[in-house]
Design a binder for this molecule. Structure first.
Ligand code: URA
Length: 433
């Protein structure tokens, strides 16, 4: 088999067999297929697409290119969740303890943030003492005892995807549905999940800008799950403005705790309950959505999810006192109000611009090796639909820099304030099963 013939075949609109796709993925992982041929292949897929069977085969080939985690020692159906990424997306910190409190085991592997989007691992590391790496036997023990554990993704999980993603990033081939779907699903399959709930974000702050594209990505991932016998459900949710009110690592942990206490932002609570409901159904805790939603609301109200979160933090070496007193989390030296320069209604908040502002304060990384400042970020005091008067605080910067004028300007530019109140947009658009 020659790589050049396979590239040509795909370039001309042909389909590739399982054997051919394994040849490509294995050769590329070993380094026998050079980056220039793999880039040409990615571009051929970008233009020609793939059918369902090809996408499932590509997913399996990438999932088996490195470590494949076995969760067989954990009792019950192991349910995982994945978000396609957004700004202020702290849903895992809320959803995982909530589902675990319903008795469904969640053995989760998460990633770090890059660019304007945050990562769950970075958020948890803002808790003093928290260990994101656990030996496998302790990971399993924690899930069996407390129904949840959350660790960083192993370096050798789906290495083919890691290499291919880095190439796609610099060859304008990220935005291809077969490539995104196989990339996400390969990591979920390699991390041992029996069932997967996907949060596909739609809007200005997300990869998928339109509902049509997001729906196509969601259906593609659900079909991969079906072909590979993993129950997969995708929730299409809004990312036209940041999720919740806090953007930044420690700030997001504090907001997650507030939601686990039963308070917090209504849209954040709603998407968390929806994702948790589908996970709990997949894990066999409830028969249907209505029962799951009601059961989970009761657990939240009774403080059971908060208790699970506290035990989880303690079991991974973190300071559990932050659960009762989030002020113990890292705090920035300066808090600066960003004040409205017009009056009216908030019509839009550019999620990506808020993510970039938080990143520039030090909450995220522009490059993989950058260090993070856990304390800094942005609190959004006004969200889409809120009325603001001239000079009112619309956001607060938590900063360790003395001069924040550039960030203030970015935030002012991120807000669109106009005279008409916009129609409310749902936080959950649709569910693909
Ligand atoms: N997230 C991934 O893991 N892979 C992609 O290709 C896009 C988003």
């Amino acid at each position: 088999m020659r790589m050049v013939d396979l590239i040509q075949h795909k370039r001309d609109g042909g389909r590739l067999t399982r054997e051919q796709l394994y040849f490509i993925v294995q050769g590329f992982t070993r380094g026998d297929i050079p980056d220039y041929q793999m880039s040409a292949f990615a571009m051929a897929v970008f233009f020609r697409g793939m059918d369902e069977e090809e996408i499932a085969d590509l997913t399996m080939a990438m999932a088996s290119s490195g470590d494949v985690v076995s969760l067989a020692a954990i009792r019950g159906t192991k349910v995982d969740k994945h978000s396609t990424g957004g700004v202020g997306d702290k849903t895992s910190l809320i959803v995982v303890p909530l589902v675990a409190a319903a008795g469904v085991p969640v053995a989760k592997m998460s990633g770090r943030g890059l660019g304007h989007t945050g990562g769950t691992v970075d958020k948890l590391e803002s808790i003093r003492g928290f260990r994101i790496e656990l030996p496998n036997d302790q990971f399993v023990r924690n899930v069996n005892e407390n129904k949840m554990a959350l660790v960083g993704q192993s370096g050798n999980l789906a290495p083919a995807d890691k290499k291919l993603y880095a190439l796609r990033d610099v060859t304008a081939t990220v935005n291809s549905i077969p490539l995104i779907a196989s990339s996400i699903m390969s990591k979920k399959i390699a991390s041992g999940a029996d069932a997967i709930v996907l949060d596909v974000k739609v809007g200005s702050g997300a990869f998928m800008k339109s509902l049509e594209e997001a729906r196509e990505l969601a259906s593609t991932m659900v079909s991969i799950g079906k072909s590979l016998k993993r129950r997969t459900i995708a929730v299409l949710s809004d990312m036209n403005e940041p999720l919740g009110t806090e953007v930044g690592n420690a700030l997001e942990v504090a907001e997650a705790i507030e939601t686990l206490r039963g308070g917090g932002d209504a849209r954040l609570r709603d998407i968390c309950l929806t994702l948790a409901a589908y996970m709990a159904i997949a894990g066999g805790a409830y028969p249907d959505f209505a029962a799951a939603r009601q059961g989970l609301e009761e657990l939240l109200g009774a403080g059971r999810a908060l208790e699970t979160f506290r035990k989880f933090v303690e079991a991974q070496g973190g300071d559990p006192a932050i659960v009762d007193d989030p002020a113990l989390l890292p705090q920035a030296a300066y808090r600066l109000a960003v004040r409205a320069e017009h009056e009216g209604f908030v019509q839009a908040i550019d999620a990506e611009a808020v993510g970039v502002a938080a990143m520039l304060l030090g909450a995220g990384r522009a490059k993989k090796e950058d260090a993070i400042d856990y304390a800094v970020g942005v609190s959004l005091r006004k969200k889409v639909g809120d009325r603001v008067s001239f000079g009112e605080t619309i956001a607060v910067l938590h900063s360790n820099r003395e001069n924040n004028r550039d960030i203030t300007e970015r935030l002012l530019a991120a807000y669109t304030i106009g005279s008409d109140q916009p129609e409310p947009v749902p936080v959950v658009y649709d569910v693909v099963e």
